[in-house]
Design a protein around this ligand. Structure first.
Ligand SMILES: [Zn+2]
Length: 425
């Protein structure tokens, strides 16, 4: 299918300008104000903005093994609705992609069921159990995007060091969930004034930052590309900033929910506010914003983490960690930070596209002639409440239900094919 997207606006050097885009054989063939339609499927882009399809480096699709929470089909459909065209799937599935055979199994499921591009992580240790290292070389050869034991921190420094040395040799990134298990104290939310008010056990900020500090020194010694998942504390931001200044090859991501909420926003013992790392204090929130703006934090990733309703209805103590993120990321961030002038639209788009791509040397996330036609059309005027019952994800676990947002994806094109569009009213 060849496409002609007419009368659309796109950002060029920070300015919105009207244009037309021709898509031929899955690639952007021409971009220009004076193009004429030929024999293509025409898409009227009037009142819409076009951006590169979003790239999400940190997502949980749950399949294989957790299909009651999400499947590759439902997860990628949800991602497409959120404007994402490339997502990187975390390996905490059953089986874990920890061997060539298990990774091939995951790859087969992706090939069969994914609507958009899914790049699978492989784990650092067998079953993410932290004891026995996987064969990184073999996993790379079988299509691993990078290595991580996301969901748990690598407890042993020696395990992390050897992984980084090995990864550096084969030019692959080590991606880390940073959490020292000896500092968790059975916590279910941030250890701070709100956990005391609610009478719930808290996870101290230092459980994260001490792990990042350790890993940064290991990455420096090993010469590896070390990427920090979902940074949540001010101390973490500070050590990453210092490490970048010192020339260590460290990159980092921040989630929409950590940019939008703090512990003070947790209204009650409600598991829709239970995620790992937890929502932190106001000073942490402030530091995350500063870190994103000064480049200490490289980009935004959703950490989309669906659970069943039953797994999220037993309060903070009895529920699983995690919230869904694909379908709310852009509208929330646009409404809360671009509309009020905190960020420019270009900054937000960059943090969702070119920044994650460049961090991992992916050829996606840019809208240029000759590039793969992964595109999202956005209606920046559209106003709509977040309604969890309309989610295409199987997960309904979000603290953002009922929030009114302006600016929604209306069509997503992956490799030149329309993979999702809003229903006409
Ligand atoms: Zn995660």
């Amino acid at each position: 299918m060849n496409l002609f997207i007419k009368n659309v606006t796109m950002l060029q050097n920070g300015e919105m300008s009207p244009t037309n885009i021709r898509v031929v054989n899955g690639k952007v063939n021409e971009i220009g104000r004076n193009l004429q339609a030929q024999n293509e499927t025409q898409i009227d882009g009037k009142g819409r903005m076009v951006a590169p399809g979003f790239v999400d480096i940190h997502v949980h699709l749950r399949e294989p093994g957790g299909e009651q929470k999400e499947t590759i089909e439902s997860g990628t459909r949800s991602a497409a609705k959120g404007g994402f065209t490339t997502i990187c799937a975390m390996p905490n599935t059953r089986p874990v992609p920890d061997t060539k055979e298990n990774l091939q199994l995951v790859n087969g499921l992706i090939e069969k069921n994914a609507l958009i591009r899914v790049l699978p992580y492989a784990s650092i240790t067998i079953r993410e159990a932290g004891k026995e290292r996987t064969n990184l070389q073999e996993l790379k050869e079988n299509g691993a995007f990078a290595f991580t034991d996301d969901g748990v921190g690598i407890q042993e420094a020696g395990m992390m060091y050897e992984t980084m040395q090995e990864a550096a040799k084969i030019d692959m990134a080590v991606v880390a969930h940073c959490e020292d298990n000896s500092l968790i104290y059975d916590g279910v939310m941030h250890d701070g004034k709100r956990s005391r008010e609610l009478g719930l056990k808290g996870i101290p900020a230092v459980a994260e930052s001490v792990h990042i500090a350790r890993d940064i020194l290991l990455a420096e010694a090993a010469g590896a590309h070390y990427h920090v998942c979902h940074v949540s504390t001010k101390e973490s931001v500070r050590v990453i900033r210092d490490a970048k200044r010192a020339g260590v090859r460290v990159t980092a991501e921040v989630t929409p929910h950590h940019l939008l909420l703090t512990e003070d926003d947790i209204p009650a013992d409600d598991a829709n506010y239970k995620m790992n790392p937890p929502l932190r204090a106001k000073e942490d929130w402030q530091a995350l914003h500063e870190g994103l703006l000064d480049g200490t934090l490289d980009f935004i990733a959703t950490d989309h983490a669906p659970h069943t309703a039953a797994e999220k209805t037993n309060g903070m103590n009895g529920s699983m960690f995690g919230i869904v993120g694909f379908e709310t990321a852009f509208p929330l961030l646009y409404s809360k930070f671009v509309k009020n002038g905190t960020w420019t639209l270009q900054q937000l788009i960059d943090w969702l596209t070119i920044k994650p791509s460049e961090t991992f040397n992916l050829p996606y996330g840019k809208l240029e002639t000759g590039q793969v036609a992964d595109l999202v059309l956005l209606d920046l005027e559209k106003e709509q409440e977040i309604q969890v019952n309309t989610f295409l994800s199987k997960g309904r676990n979000t603290p953002f239900g009922g929030w009114k947002c302006t600016g929604w994806p209306v069509m997503t094109i992956f490799s030149g094919e329309i993979v999702w569009q809003e229903e006409e009213n």
